[in-house]
Design a protein around this ligand. Structure first.
Ligand SMILES: Nc1nc2c(ncn2[C@@H]2O[C@H](COP(=O)(O)OP(=O)(O)OP(=O)(O)O)[C@@H](O)[C@H]2O)c(=O)[nH]1
Ligand SMILES: [Mg+2]
Length: 317
């Protein structure tokens, strides 16, 4: 049996191996992705994002359990650590927190660290998600720390984006995060056992209103982001969250948004690959001396950036 066949047959060791190949963007990894691609497009990708420490991992842990309990569907978890290439404390912590799931063969957990591979972290996360999709996991949960561009990239990857907030942050901090709210399909206020949860919910609801003006009046095929409270450390609120996820999936399918998001994702992936491939090809072709010479002329304002691009891409001088 080939490695890819073993992945399709649900062998965990083969899956782990292929994920490593794919993450490292090796030729074997690319071949595996090519062979697995026809089997993708089945999974419900769910992004979970939010500020550090809001309880995303705890939530993912209990959400996976709730999804497993509700149906017999298999669940994969990708925990993305954007800050460090080392498997340090945060990842260890995640493993400990997620250990309740480790006895369940219907659950597969993978930690990913930021890498300098072609297309960066978003690319390798997308590739890993594809492998898990092909391997037959019905739900792929992707946890990322909200740190700017990464949550937007995850939203592009996911069918459903869950933004996790917690009480006790200043309103000014939340105002900065209005951008995050725009990508939220489901907004979870975790740590609902903490004081200030009513204020947080009020603030978030009014910000949602600001972030999505007029969403209410767009007719039946409009998704109104749901706001839910959870206590993830105790697994409270998971039933409602599972229901919201089901409802969002049903909305995506009935509105045609499932397909359009899918196509957007495939196209986006293609665009990223083209960009990365062209840049890599160009870097191979350009002589370092020539590049440095153009750069020096640019520093001296002898040429403009546009002229520098012309010189570098046409390889003129
Ligand atoms: N009081 C309370 N604490 C919680 C709740 N959920 C999580 N915690 C605690 O909050 C801390 C952070 O939880 P994590 O699940 O690691 O949060 P995270 O968002 O994944 O953290 P990073 O991945 O480091 O950004 C842990 O000590 C949890 O036990 C909750 O609902 N209530
Ligand atoms: Mg975490």
């Amino acid at each position: 049996m080939s490695l890819v066949e073993a992945v399709l047959a649900g062998e965990r060791l083969a899956l782990a191996r292929v994920l490593t190949q794919v993450e490292n963007d090796t030729p074997a990894g690319r071949t595996a992705l090519n062979e697995l691609f026809p089997y993708t497009g089945q999974a419900h990708m769910i992004g979970i994002t939010g500020s550090p420490g809001t309880g995303k991992s705890s939530l993912v842990n209990h959400l996976a359990k709730a999804l497993r309990m509700k149906s017999d569907q298999r669940v994969a978890i990708i925990a993305v650590d954007p800050s460090s290439p080392f498997t340090g404390g945060a990842l260890l912590g995640d493993r400990v927190r997620m250990r309740d799931l480790s006895g369940d063969t219907g659950v597969f957990i993978r930690s990913m660290a930021a890498r300098g591979a072609l297309g960066g972290l978003a690319h390798s996360t997308a590739a890993a998600a594809q492998v898990l999709d092909a391997a037959g996991f019905h739900f792929v949960l992707i946890e990322t720390v909200g740190a700017g561009q990464s949550e937007v990239d995850i939203a592009r990857l996911a069918h459903t984006t869950i933004v996790v907030e917690a009480p006790g942050m200043g309103d000014d901090i939340q105002a900065i995060k209005a951008g995050i709210l725009e990508i939220a399909d489901i907004l979870v206020i975790n740590k609902a056992d903490r004081p200030g949860v009513d204020n947080t919910e009020r603030a978030l609801r009014s910000m949602l209103e600001l972030a999505n003006p007029g969403r209410k009046s767009q007719g039946e095929h409009t998704w109104q982001p749901q706001v839910l409270r959870t206590i993830a450390s105790q697994g409270e609120g998971m039933a409602a969250l599972v229901t919201a996820i089901d409802e969002h999936a049903a909305y995506l399918r009935s509105s045609g948004a499932w397909q359009s998001r899918e196509q957007e994702r495939v196209q986006n992936n293609l665009q990223n690959l083209i960009q990365a491939t062209l840049v890599a090809r160009w870097q191979k072709q350009v002589a370092p001396d020539h590049y440095q010479a153009v750069l020096q002329r640019l520093y001296r304002r002898e040429i403009s950036p546009y002229q520098a691009v012309d010189l570098l891409l046409n390889l003129e001088d």
